[in-house]
Design a protein around this ligand. Structure first.
Ligand code: FAD
Length: 310
């Protein structure tokens, strides 16, 4: 059995595995795909102390760093079920899709999240070529240009306000007949001068020249009329879905499906810790995921030191 088993090989999981192994405990990491969302990222300019890098390059360094330690890496393996310990200090069982069962005293969940997609033609083709999901990450790439934000909830309106300070113009497209964002955010957006909001607008297609985005098509809900908008960037803000579907019912999630964690990364189940985008952390970024992975590994180590052995 492992002392610490990490599920997830993104920045949170990699950081947790290194912190675990540095304590000299038996550490393993199970990852469906090592690197996680970072693998899909082209330019990374906010990983502090590294001025600029690319996702695959950062993932290669992450993996090299993890391999430098005595960590049992199980890559291309997906966890499908978790069975909590029957008492504190007992073994937690993790079942993989290939049927294998792993046992661990402490489990650290770092399975990340995925952006909800529009599922319209052109979205995949222009992903990273104008179709973006993270305003903190990609906003500066559109300096002085016109962009669209898809979604009028809190994250969409926050993105619009954030982007309005960088780009020339932001058009928010909301498919409902009203915005769902908090009133204060709506007021702030309306006061900014370069944010347009279009309600009842359903995006139907991302258009481009083969190299990069040039605009999008949408239909007006009330009239059904087809319209077109010229933009250099499209920020899709219709939700971030945490990868928490396979977890046991007893594990406490918030209403967004994120794992509720305490300040040491602990969950409501003894010996189960969580870190990164799968948790209720306020912000989702690489540097934050790594920090919370370290926190949760230290929290798990503290648990292992103190818990009475059954
Ligand atoms: P993830 O990176 O999502 O990793 C999750 C890991 O869990 C993966 O290894 C996955 O395969 C694995 N996994 C999931 N389910 C299972 C399972 N059942 N069994 C086993 N393994 C499983 N942040 C920045 O700071 N700067 C940026 O410039 C930036 N740009 C971004 C651009 C894009 C296109 C995207 C999508 C995100 C970007 N982000 C950026 C956000 C950043 O990538 C995330 O905040 C960060 O990767 C979260 O790390 P994580 O380890 O929590 O999860």
């Amino acid at each position: 059995a492992f002392d610490l088993l990490v599920v997830g090989g993104g920045p949170a999981g990699a950081s947790a595995a290194i912190y675990g192994a540095r304590k000299g405990i038996k550490t393993g990491i199970v990852a469906d795909s090592f690197g996680g969302q970072v693998m899909d990222t082209m330019a990374i300019e906010n990983f502090i102390s590294v001025k600029g890098t690319q996702g695959p390059k950062l993932v290669a360094s992450l993996e090299e760093h993890v391999r430098d330690y005595d960590v049992d890496i199980m890559d291309n393996q997906k966890a499908r079920q978790v069975q909590a310990a029957d008492q504190p200090g007992g073994n937690i069982t993790i079942e993989l899709e290939n049927g294998a069962k792993l046992q661990t005293k402490a489990l650290l969940l770092a399975t990340g999240a995925r952006w909800r997609e529009m599922n319209v033609p052109g979205e995949q083709e222009y992903r990273g070529k104008g179709v973006a999901y993270c305003p903190h990450c990609d906003g500066p790439l559109f300096k002085g240009k016109a962009v669209a934000v898809i979604g009028g909830g809190n994250s969409g309106i926050e993105a619009a306000i954030d982007l309005a300070g960088i780009v020339s113009k932001v058009t928010v497209l909301e498919f409902d007949s009203k915005l769902r964002a908090d009133e204060v955010l709506q007021q702030k957006a309306r006061s900014m001068g370069n944010i347009d909001i279009i309600l009842n607008a359903r995006t139907t297609k991302v258009t481009g020249d083969g190299e990069k985005v040039s605009g999008l098509n949408y239909t007006c809900g009330s009239s059904g009329e087809a319209k077109q908008l010229d933009v250099a960037g499209i920020f899709v803000q219709i939700g971030l879905v945490p990868n928490s579907q396979f977890l046991p019912e007893e594990l406490a999630l918030n209403n967004r499906g994120e794992i509720i964690t305490g300040s040491g990364g602990q969950t409501n189940l003894p010996g189960v810790y969580a870190a990164g985008d799968v948790t209720d952390s306020a912000y989702k970024q690489i540097i934050i995921a790594m920090g919370s992975g370290a926190t949760a590994a230290l929290g798990a180590f503290d648990y292992l030191m103190r818990v009475p052995q059954p």
